[in-house]
Design a protein around this ligand. Sequence first.
Ligand SMILES: [Zn+2]
Length: 214
Amino acid sequence: MARATCARCGMHPNTCVCDECERVDNSQRVVVLQHPSEVSHSKGTVRVLRQCLARIDVLVGEDQTSFARQGLEGLLSKTRTGLLFPSADSQPVEGGATSDIDQWLVLDGTWRKAAKILHLNPQLGQLPCFHFADPPVSQYRIRKAPRAGQLSTLEAVAHLLTLTEPDTDIAPLLNAQEALVRKRLAFVPDGHRDSRHQASGIAYACGQPQCKPR
Ligand SMILES: [Zn+2]
């Protein structure tokens, strides 16, 4: 028998939180480059971002060809885009150098997969690159032991919007993630919350072990 899934997010009702996703009227567009391995991941937070954010594009792929097919070049050409990813030459978002940025590129995947996307798309290395000097503590409790500064993709976007467009109410994002955590903890037995499918996340503070020169 076919498994019942939500028509909007494609997830099983036990992990769908679409009914709890309220709209966030962000003014800066968010473009997510999502690694294919994250697409059907029940722990992923991009589906929540997609339901909530007024301005978002999600492009799934790894190499230049797949992103070109989905129009990445066009998305980058019309705007001043900042890349949120810690690197040897990234600047802190808190440092105030973001005033001319009107679109943000974020990567969804494990750090290794995100780094691979960057490696295969050298044009992204031309974008101004940012990290958080002082990231919040992750509330994404599905993950066993998050590294310091490690955030879900949703938390990274929420914090980014808090810093760069403080008048936008990002509470619906965090509320929807909390619903995701509640459902996950309610429906998945303890023994299955193992490390085989850890929720992915990137440590967005510079100086983390994963933040090596490119
Ligand atoms: Zn849904």
